[in-house]
Design a binder for this molecule. Structure first.
Ligand SMILES: [Zn+2]
Ligand SMILES: [Zn+2]
Ligand SMILES: [Zn+2]
Length: 174
């Protein structure tokens, strides 16, 4: 089902209308690659001549998430980033607490364990968001350097495991 129909179906099921603003937001979201935030979206909408308020955007994004068209990644500062899920496989995220880099990963083992845990609790899982917080390889390096500076000793942080198979989910913006 095309995204616009899927969103229209979701809206009508929730007694909401496909307004011009909602249509413009969806059209814009469909053109983005990678993870984006509200400011990115707002800037692009304004550039393309759409006068969508921040408030409308904040109200519409959760609708797009609920409809399954986009996915939300919680950031440390309380901000969120979003990404289009159309044509994408399920994946989970690692978020760097310092620079905000988002790494994506897919782990059949992690998925299987979550399913097993739910089965044991007789919990019917309809979806999940699995997110790991920490430091990316360059920021983890900074931590070690700072630890050495401040303590003047060789108490270095444990070396962080490489994000095997993870791809950098770059920020898509101007
Ligand atoms: Zn997962
Ligand atoms: Zn980082
Ligand atoms: Zn992602």
């Amino acid at each position: 089902m095309p995204a616009i129909e899927r969103f229209a179906k979701y809206l009508s099921e929730n007694r909401l209308k496909m307004t011009r603003e909602r249509r413009a937001i969806l059209a814009d979201v469909l053109s983005v690659r990678g993870h984006f935030d509200v400011d990115d979206l707002l800037a692009r909408l304004r550039r393309s001549g759409h006068h969508v308020s921040r408030a409308t955007l904040y109200r519409t994004l959760p609708r797009l998430v609920e409809s399954g068209l986009i996915h939300k990644v919680e950031m440390v500062d309380g901000q969120a980033r979003y990404e289009l899920m159309i044509g994408r496989h399920h994946h989970d995220h690692m978020v760097c607490l310092r620079c905000g880099t988002i790494l994506e990963f897919e782990s059949p083992e992690v998925e299987r364990i979550q399913e097993d845990v739910c089965r044991r609790k007789k919990f019917v899982m309809t979806g999940h968001t699995h997110q790991i917080r920490g430091y990316c390889v360059s920021c983890a390096g900074d931590d070690r350097a700072r630890a050495l500076d401040s303590r003047g000793s060789n108490v270095a942080g444990r070396s962080r495991a490489g994000a095997g198979g993870a791809r950098a989910g770059g920020r898509t913006g101007p």
